[in-house]
Unconditional design. Structure first.
Length: 276
C-alpha cells in the first residue's frame, strides 16, 4: 500500500481540487461513472436487510449517490457533504461544505456512511477513515468506492512518455493508491469491524485523447498533486501523447480505452454497547 501523508496539504493542492470540482459543476458535470458506481454501491446495500435512519453522502458530486439513497426504503435523512460549493448549491435538504480530511460531525452521528470517488483525494486516507468510523453509531455501516492504482494507467503512461520526449521531464501524475490486498488491513487500522474489500474494472472507449481529457475535466478528476507542473500541456506534447495512445492502446476501430479500477471498501463500526 502506498503511504499517505500525515499532513494532507503537502500531498494535494486542496484549493485546486475545489476549483476543479467547481468548474465541473459549472460546465456540465460528467457523471456517468458516478451513476454506474452508485448503482453498484446500492446493490451492496440491498444485501443488508435493515433500515438506516441517518446517512452521510461524502463527496456528493452531481448527486447520483444521494438520489439512489433517497430511493431506497429505510433511509430517512441524508446529509450531502461536498467540498465544492457549486456542486453543493444544486441540492436542497441537509448539506455541508467539507473536505474528506476534516469532517465537521460529532461522534456517532450516522447509521450509514457512503462515499464514492472522493476518498482517493484524501491527503491522509487512514485519518479520513478513522473520522468516518467515529462518525458512525455503534453497528453503523460504511460503504466507499475509490479509484485504485490501475485507473487511467494508459493515460499516465503516454503523458509521461510524451513529456519526457518533448519537454525533457515529466510532471508528477501518480497519486498514492491503496492496493486491494492491503485495503482490509487499512480498514482494520481505522478501527472497522468485519472489513471487506473487492474491486472491479470499468473500461470506457473514447474516440481520441482529447475526448477523454474533456471528460476528466468535466468530472473534476484532473491532476491536483501539489508537486505537479503548472500550466497547460504543450501542443507538441499533447500531439505526441495522442499518437502514442492510439498506436499502443487503440482498437482497430480507431478508438482508445480508458481503464478505471474501482475498489469497494466495507466496514462496520464496532458495537460496544453492553447487552443486558
Amino acid at each position: 500500500m502506498s503511504s499517505f501523508s500525515s499532513q494532507p496539504a503537502t500531498l494535494f493542492d486542496r484549493r485546486a481540487w475545489r476549483q476543479h470540482r467547481n468548474r465541473a459543476a459549472q460546465q456540465g458535470c460528467a457523471d456517468f461513472l458516478h451513476v454506474e458506481i452508485a448503482e453498484r454501491l446500492i446493490d451492496r446495500l440491498e444485501d443488508i436487510r435493515r433500515p438506516f435512519d441517518a446517512a452521510l453522502d461524502l463527496g456528493t458530486h452531481c448527486g447520483a449517490l444521494s438520489r439512489a439513497l433517497a430511493a431506497r426504503t429505510g433511509i430517512r435523512n441524508i446529509v450531502a457533504v461536498e467540498p465544492a460549493p457549486f456542486f453543493l448549491n444544486q441540492f436542497g435538504g441537509m448539506r455541508a461544505a467539507a473536505d474528506p480530511d476534516l469532517l465537521p460531525f460529532r461522534d456517532q452521528s450516522f447509521d450509514l456512511v457512503v462515499s464514492q470517488l472522493a476518498l482517493h483525494w484524501a491527503g491522509d486516507l487512514p485519518g479520513a477513515l478513522i473520522q468516518l468510523r467515529q462518525a458512525l453509531k455503534p453497528d453503523g455501516l460504511m460503504l466507499a468506492a475509490i479509484f485504485g492504482g490501475a485507473t487511467l494507467v494508459e493515460l499516465r503512461t503516454v503523458l509521461i512518455e510524451a513529456e519526457l520526449a518533448e519537454e525533457n521531464g515529466a510532471s508528477p501524475r501518480v497519486s498514492p493508491t491503496v492496493e486491494l490486498l492491503d485495503a482490509v488491513a487499512l480498514l482494520q487500522r481505522a478501527g472497522f469491524a468485519m472489513p471487506v474489500a473487492d474491486a472491479d474494472t470499468i473500461t470506457v472507449d473514447y474516440p481520441d485523447l482529447i475526448a477523454l481529457m474533456r471528460d476528466l475535466r468535466s468530472m473534476g478528476e484532473t491532476n491536483v498533486l501539489a508537486a505537479r507542473r503548472r500550466g497547460m500541456l504543450r501542443r507538441a506534447t499533447l500531439a505526441r501523447a495522442a499518437a502514442i495512445y492510439a498506436e499502443r492502446f487503440g482498437s482497430e476501430a480507431g478508438r482508445i480505452p480508458a481503464t478505471f479500477e474501482v475498489l469497494y471498501l466495507t466496514g462496520w463500526a464496532p458495537d460496544t454497547r453492553v447487552l443486558e
